[in-house]
Structures are given as C-alpha cells and as structure tokens.
Design a protein. Structure first.
Length: 95
C-alpha cells in the first residue's frame, strides 16, 4: 500500500502558520517506516524542534531547543533579530 505524503513546501507552510514561526532548518526522515519532517523553528526569541507526520500532518514532537557551545556565543539578540526580520519565503523557494 503506497502512502501519500505531503510535500516539504506544504509542511513548512503548516509549521510556520501554526507556530507563527520562521523555519530555520527542515529535513525529511523516516520514523518506524513513516515519513516525517523535522524542523528547527524560531518562535520569538526561542528555538523549537518540531516533528510533523508527513502523512497525517500531526505534530509528533515539540521540544524547546537549546543552542549550545560555539553557536550559543554567536546566537545573540542581533542574530535572532536578523532571522526574525528575514523576508525569505521558504515554501516558495522549495516549491
């Protein structure tokens, strides 16, 4: 039986809309044979990691993400402001 998965552009749009967030990173993976999309998103000044079922569109995981090590020193208010102000449209870019 073939499973129909949603496309990456649709998945990004869902996450950005539902969380009022910017997608920083997106990748497709497989969990127990099911396609999922894993996103790192910026919500306000916080990073979150969201895992979305690639078929049902259900959020399977939603975790606050810590920025550690080298990146924590670089990931300051200026970087966050720049990412929030970014005008790229990821769904349009990958469509």
């Amino acid at each position: 039986m073939e499973v129909t998965r949603i496309g990456l552009a649709e998945a990004v749009q869902l996450v950005q809309t539902d969380y009022q967030a910017k997608v920083i990173e997106a990748e497709m993976e497989t969990w127990h044979g099911k396609p999922v999309y894993e996103f790192d998103i910026l919500v306000g000044k916080h990073m979150r990691e969201i895992v979305l079922d690639g078929v049902s569109k259900e959020v399977l995981s939603d975790k606050r993400k810590r920025v550690k090590g080298f990146f924590s020193r670089k990931f300051d208010g200026k970087v966050i402001a720049a990412m929030q102000a970014s005008t790229y449209d990821l769904p349009r870019l990958i469509a």
